[in-house]
Design a binder for this molecule. Sequence first.
Ligand SMILES: [Zn+2]
Length: 294
Amino acid sequence: MKTLREYIKEAEEKGVAIGHFNISNLEGFHAIYQAAKNLSASGGANVPVIIGLSEGEESFVGRTEAVALVRAIRDRDNFPIFLNADHHHSFDSVKACIDADFDAVIIDGTKLSFEENVKITKECVDYARSVTKITGRDILVEAELGYIGEGSNIKETIPEGAGILTKPEDAKKFVEETGIDLFAPSVGSIHGLIKTGKPHINAELVAEIRKITGVPLVLHGGSGLRDVDFTNAIASGISIVHINTEIRVAFDEALKKSLFDNPSETTPYKILQPAVEAIEKVVEARLKLFNRIK
Ligand SMILES: [Zn+2]
């Protein structure tokens, strides 16, 4: 099977993006995989997908458990499903995920100064390269510059200090000094769903940063963006799009309704089934959009 790096390259050549979806439980995993598999079956080609685990999600799901799950399904079905350590904030937590066999990691140093962000990111890149040298495993390291808020939740307004756009020259310097494989710029999106609406994605800035850095770009804070913002961003150089809050909202609403509608039901898989279907619907719609599947 092709590596995640090769799938990203292929996505860029095709002018599409790979969907990255976070999980908190097995139900989410099943729903995401089912959506990707259904689209692959109907489209005739496998739609690669990335499963994300933030530090919080990881401690709930289990680091080793998540690796085992993704690995087992990938091997069983020969399907391009990959695992990413989403927004990890320390070298130690990134290292633990690399050691556990994750395909990709994100070191999030966005709250640090530029120099400190470079330093911690470089440390993670160096470690990943040293593991590749010994094992031959291809490990992608992503980092970010520019604060786009945090938390996959519903927000009244854009958080203070978030949304300052990444300057192309800063991006270039950051990528050069760290040697990262993937870069997440701040180009207009904000983590979470914003009740007052999201700002536009600055597609010209995406194109400029893609060109000047020379590495594939990742769009965070995708939940709640308009379709046209996604398609413009992907056409301008975004190769991976992160969706989390939309999944959480779908899960939450479906689960509450299920419990409310069936107060005497006690079987977990029956209570949870509507929530799985709700996530699947969200993921399928997003994958169709990102992969230009009609
Ligand atoms: Zn993110």
